[in-house]
Design a binder for this molecule. Structure first.
Ligand code: ATP
Ligand code: MG
Length: 460
C-alpha cells in the first residue's frame, strides 16, 4: 500500500508553483533519491554536504516522479524546465518536506508509538509493529530511517488507512529527540534503555538519559511513557503516565520470570500470567524488548493469545543475533555485527554463555566507536562478563585490544585469548577452529563490517 498525498498539501507548502495539476489528485509517496524514486512520487532534492539533489531532478522525473520541490534561488536547468511536471518552489527543500510530512500525518491521524533508547530501538520497533500488524493497519519506520530526514520520509510513505504509526527516534546530539517527538506527538513512547553510546557528545549517562527523555516534549498529559524499569536514571515521576518493564524486579508494572534459553530462542513468563511466551531470538535483552511490546499491545487491547502467537513467529532482523549454520563446518555462527556498545556487547556475550549444547564457545569482539573519554575503561569492562563456558576470545582492532589486555590481567587459564589487528588476519584463525560443536559470536561497531568475516567463512 502506498501513500496518498494530495497536491493541495504541496500547494500549501510552497510560495509559488509552475505546471498544471488537479488539487485533489494524489502522489503515492516522496523520495529524495533519484535512483530509487518510484512512479507517481514527489521528488525532493536535498542539498547535502557532497551532493545537491537538484542535479538529479531530471533523472528522477525520467524514473517516474510526478512532481518536484525546488529550492528558491537554485538555477532551473532548461532540461528540467521543459519537463512537463509541476514544480513547487520552496524556501528550503528539507524544511518543506518536514512540514509536508507533518501536515500529512495530521491528515491520516493514526495513533503514534515512538521508540527511543540507546540500544534495541529497531528491534523493539519491529517487534511492536509485527505484533500490532496482526490486528491493526500499521505503518513503521523502514530499517533505521530514524532522523530528521528519515522520519519525514517514513511519514510520507504512510498509507491513508494507517491506524498505528510505529516510529524509531534516533539521535547523535541533545535536541534531536525533542525535535522528532514534537514532529509526531507520540501517544505512547518507549525508552528501551540508557547505555553508553554518544557519551562523546552528551558527557555522561545522566546526559544520555536527559536526551532520551526529550521524547516527552511532544507528548500530552494523556500519553503513556514505557520505560526500562531496571534503569535507576529513569525512575522518576513524569507528567504522563509511566509504565515500567523489568527482567529483574517483580515491583515493575510488567516483569518477566523464568527466562530460559532454548535451542531455538528464549522462553519466559510475564507478571502473573503462567503461560509461556517464546521468542526465536536469543538473549535476555530481547525478553525486555518483548515486555515493551506486550505493554504497547495491552494499550491497544490486543488479546494475550494473539500477542503470544505473533511474538513467537516474528522473524529476526538481519544482523541482530542472527543464527547461521556454516555450510562447510556445521558450526553455529551468530551474526550480531550490526552495531555494538558495551551494554549490547555484554548482553550478547551473556546469551552465548546461556546457550546450551556447544562444547566450544568463541566470541569475536571488535572495536566499539563513539564512546568518548571513557572508551578504554568501557572496553575493559566487557572482560568482566567473560567467563566459562566461553572458551575462546578473539579481539580485532586497536580498541578491542583493551578487552584482550583486561582478560590477561584477570587471568583464567581455561580461556584462550587471541588478538588480531584486522578481520582479514583473524578470519583464517577462526576458520581453523570451526566444527559442529562450536558456536561463534561476531560483535563489533558497524564500521568494522564483521558480517564480511561470516560471508568469507561461509563461502569457502
Ligand atoms: P541504532 O542506534 O543503530 O539505530 P538500535 O537502538 O536500533 O541501534 P538495534 O538495532 O535494535 O538497536 O540493536 C542493536 C544491537 O543491540 C543488536 O546487536 C541487538 O541484538 C542488541 N540489543 C537489542 N536490544 C537490546 C537491549 N534491550 N539490550 C542490549 N542489547 C540489545
Ligand atoms: Mg536502529
Amino acid at each position: 500500500m502506498s501513500a496518498n498525498i494530495p497536491y493541495k498539501l504541496l500547494k500549501s507548502e510552497c510560495r509559488s508553483y509552475t505546471g498544471s495539476f488537479n488539487s485533489e489528485d494524489v502522489l503515492t509517496g516522496v523520495s529524495i533519491d533519484s535512483r530509487t524514486v518510484k512512479k507517481g512520487e514527489l521528488f525532493v532534492p536535498i542539498i547535502g554536504e557532497r551532493f545537491d539533489g537538484h542535479e538529479f531532478a531530471e533523472t528522477a522525473v525520467t524514473s517516474g516522479a510526478k512532481a518536484l520541490f525546488w529550492q528558491e534561488g537554485r538555477p532551473l536547468p532548461e532540461t528540467v524546465e521543459k519537463i512537463n511536471v509541476p514544480i513547487f518552489y520552496v524556501q528550503d527543500t528539507l524544511v518543506a518536506m518536514q512540514q509536508l510530512s507533518k501536515r500529512y500525518l495530521n491528515e491520516v491521524n493514526p495513533s503514534v508509538v515512538a521508540v527511543t533508547g540507546s540500544i534495541g530501538k529497531t528491534t523493539t520497533k519491529d517487534m511492536v509493529a509485527h505484533v500490532l500488524e496482526g490486528s491493526l493497519h500499521v505503518h513503521k519506520t523502514k530499517g533505521n530511517y530514524n532522523n530528521h530526514i528519515g522520519m519525514p520520509l517514513t511519514l510520507l510513505q504512510m498509507p491513508k488507512d494507517t491506524e498505528v504509526l510505529v516510529v524509531e527516534l534516533g539521535m547523535n546530539h541533545a535536541g534531536e529527540i525533542s525535535f522528532l517527538s514534537q514532529h509526531v506527538c507520540p501517544d505512547l513512547s518507549v525508552i528501551t534503555n540508557i547505555g553508553e553510546s554518544h557519551m562523546e557528545q552528551l558527557g555522561s549517562r545522566e546526559g544520555i538519559a536527559k536526551a532520551k527523555l526529550e521524547i516527552l516534549d511532544g507528548m500530552t498529559h494523556e500519553g503513556t511513557l514505557i520505560v526500562d524499569g531496571d534503569e535507576p536514571l529513569l525512575d522518576k515521576d513524569y507528567f504522563v503516565q509511566k509504565l515500567t518493564c523489568s527482567v529483574r524486579s517483580a515491583q515493575a508494572d510488567l516483569f518477566s520470570k523464568n527466562i530460559a534459553s532454548t535451542h531455538d530462542g528464549v522462553s519466559f513468563q510475564v507478571s502473573n500470567d503462567d503461560e509461556c511466551y517464546h521468542l526465536a531470538m536469543i538473549g535476555e535483552h530481547h525478553v525486555k524488548n518483548a515486555l515493551y511490546t506486550i505493554a504497547v499491545a495491552n494499550h491497544f487491547h490486543i488479546d494475550r493469545q494473539t500477542v503470544r502467537q505473533r511474538l513467537k513467529n516474528m522473524a529476526k532482523t538481519a544482523m541482530r543475533m542472527e543464527r547461521l549454520k556454516c555450510p562447510n563446518t556445521s558450526a553455529l555462527l551468530i551474526n550480531d555485527a550490526y552495531n555494538a556498545s558495551p551494554t549490547s556487547m555484554k548482553a550478547a556475550i551473556e546469551s552465548i554463555i546461556q546457550l546450551e549444547g556447544y562444547k566450544r564457545k568463541i566470541v569475536v569482539l571488535g572495536d566499539m566507536y563513539e564512546l568518548g573519554d571513557e572508551e578504554k575503561s568501557l572496553h575493559k569492562s566487557v572482560a568482566e562478563v567473560i567467563r566459562t563456558p566461553i572458551t575462546d576470545v578473539v579481539t580485532v582492532g586497536e580498541k578491542a585490544l583493551w578487552i584482550a589486555q583486561a582478560l590477561t590481567e584477570q587471568f583464567d587459564d581455561k580461556l584462550k585469548v587471541k588478538h588480531f589487528s584486522s578481520k582479514e588476519i583473524a578470519e583464517p584463525f577462526i576458520r581453523e577452529n570451526l566444527d559442529e560443536q562450536t558456536v561463534v559470536l561476531f560483535k563489533a561497531s558497524r564500521g568494522l563490517k564483521f558480517e564480511e568475516i561470516i560471508e568469507e567463512l561461509c563461502s569457502r
